[in-house]
Design a protein. Sequence first.
Length: 128
Amino acid sequence: MGRFKWQEFETGPAEKTSDRIHATINPRGNIYLNERAMKEMGEPEVVVLMYDNYQQTIGVKATTIDKRNAFRPKKKDKRVGGRILYAANFCRHFRIKPKQTLAFVRARVEPDGVLVLAMQDTMPAGKK
């Protein structure tokens, strides 16, 4: 019949990272959250990090400043609303060791305010 065996690209166009929650983790244990992720969590001043070992999923949740285990998200630079969590000790404790910077494909904030970052649902991030 025809000489082409077309496969339709079903994913569609990529969204701008500012229009969706975008998060990455690098080999040094730095977790980057874009401005949208911070807004969806209520722009917390401090957060706690959690880990579900069975599902290999990181949870990020707003907390109070008086919590001993609170992490303060740091600005990446003055022009960008994204934040970095310096979480090397968290990653070491839970043996999270990405070999390269990874982007969380389906990062989302649950109704209870927890940002869900599944380690099994990642792809290489960054510019090559």
